[in-house]
Write a protein that binds this ligand. Structure first.
Ligand SMILES: Cc1ncc(COP(=O)(O)O)c(C=O)c1O
Length: 398
């Protein structure tokens, strides 16, 4: 008996492979600061829990495959507040953005089709593409440019007759890039020129800092029929465990085809939808306080990193990640060593080697992705651990 070639071709999470080492470190009494995951530590708004507590139904039924009316209406209201006008048929509730991305690929692409994605990119796109039988063709963006898009030619070079869509994450994980209006326009123009769909993952939309302005692809009126927007409450309301995401699409043919997939998986969790529907009552102050907190953390992590000799990174404008180059050859080995062989006053850090975010072999080997989902004091302590860890590591390895 053989398992499928499809599953064989998929990979285990690059981010999770160090968890056993971190568990062992904890068993040895070492405190581990987690700079490796995008799990916000911010409290989920009370409104979510209150809504679930007041649920009076006697049976947990399947809900409408499209999503419950109250939740869809609450998202229509939310989108209106950011100047995007939607009808109820433009929205499909999904099990997180993750299911939304898979639905988008399955609906837009045939087996063997290609999508283009700026590299480095969120690693789970790889497995999602493999599930859909789609090939990712990446085009490079560079740390030195803050991962902004510099070259139209570089993108065009990677588009073939089999390319059906671009998949863009804005603000970006793992890069923290926030694309300018000009970059968004450029990508839309390329989509028109090459007749591509645009799948855009905006789950970090609320995490844009300082003077930077966020431009949704949905603001580009002329490409509305090409866009499939992926969104989620996971990051916005620190509600990763609720598994509520959505697809937004104004192309009626595409959005009606999504229903085949959503009807096949029947329903999204009823209680999670009931809780999420009340998030619309959360005050704008909540989002702006959370935004300020992340901006502070970004500054602490960025300033700390560039104070370490040999470390270089650009200050990101959004999401909650930084890619940094370390003065080492193999950050994979360093990540493991930090957990197995190093501590500073009984504390260490868990980081993520960046190579897993690149699809081009050999890229990112000297880079790491750090998330700033822990508080400023712990971030400062983590910087000191990294600073001493790098010095100690270099005594033994290159
Ligand atoms: C870029 C990006 N898209 C999608 C997701 C998945 O979000 P969800 O929890 O809504 O499935 C993540 C989670 O980290 C992410 O970073």
């Amino acid at each position: 008996m053989n398992i499928s070639k499809r599953i064989d071709n998929m990979t285990f999470s690059e981010i999770r492979k160090f968890i056993p080492y971190s568990d062992e470190a904890k068993e040895r009494g070492i405190e581990v600061y987690h700079l490796n995951i995008g799990q916000p530590d911010i409290k989920t708004p009370e409104e979510f829990f209150e809504a679930i507590k007041s649920f009076e139904g006697k049976t947990l039924k399947y809900e409408n495959s499209h999503g419950i009316k109250e939740l869809i209406n609450s998202f229509i209201k939310y989108y209106k507040s950011i100047n995007i006008n939607l009808d109820k048929d433009d929205i499909l509730i999904t099990n997180g953005a993750s299911e939304g991305i898979l639905f988008a690929l399955l609906t837009l692409c045939d087996f063997g089709d290609e999508i283009i994605v700026p590299e480095p990119y969120y690693t789970n796109y790889n497995n999602m593409a493999k599930m859909a039988g789609v090939k990712i063709n990446s085009f490079r963006t560079y740390r030195e440019d803050g991962f902004h898009i510099k070259s139209k030619d570089e993108i065009l070079r990677n588009i073939s007759p089999n390319t059906k869509a671009m998949l863009i994450c804005n603000p970006g994980n793992p890069t923290g890039v926030v694309y300018t209006r000009e970059e968004v326009r450029l990508l839309c123009d390329i989509a028109v020129e090459k007749d591509l769909f645009i799948i855009v993952d905006e789950v970090y939309r609320e995490f844009v800092y300082g003077e930077e302005k966020f431009t949704s692809f949905m603001y580009m009126e002329d490409v509305q029929d090409r866009i499939v927007l992926v969104d989620s409450i996971s990051k916005r309301y620190s509600a990763c465990g609720a598994r509520i995401g959505m697809l937004v699409c104004k192309n009626k043919l595409v959005s009606s085809e999504f229903m085949k997939l959503s009807q096949t998986r029947l329903s999204v969790s009823s209680l999670d939808q009931i809780g999420a529907a009340k998030l619309i009552d959360v005050t704008p102050q909540y989002l702006s306080d959370v935004n300020k907190e992340y901006e502070k953390r970004r500054d602490v992590l960025y300033e700390g990193l560039i104070s370490i000799p040999g470390v270089s990174c650009e200050k990101p404008s959004g999401a909650f990640y930084i890619i940094a180059k370390l003065p080492l050859k193999d950050t994979n080995h360093f990540t493991k060593w930090l957990l197995t062989d190093f501590n500073l006053s009984n504390k260490t850090v868990m980081i993520t080697p960046a190579a897993g975010f690149y699809s081009t072999e050999g890229l990112g080997l000297d880079e790491v992705r750090l998330s700033y989902c822990i508080n400023c004091e712990d971030l400062k302590a983590s910087i000191e651990i990294l600073r001493h860890g790098i010095i100690e590591y270099k005594k033994h390895f290159k």
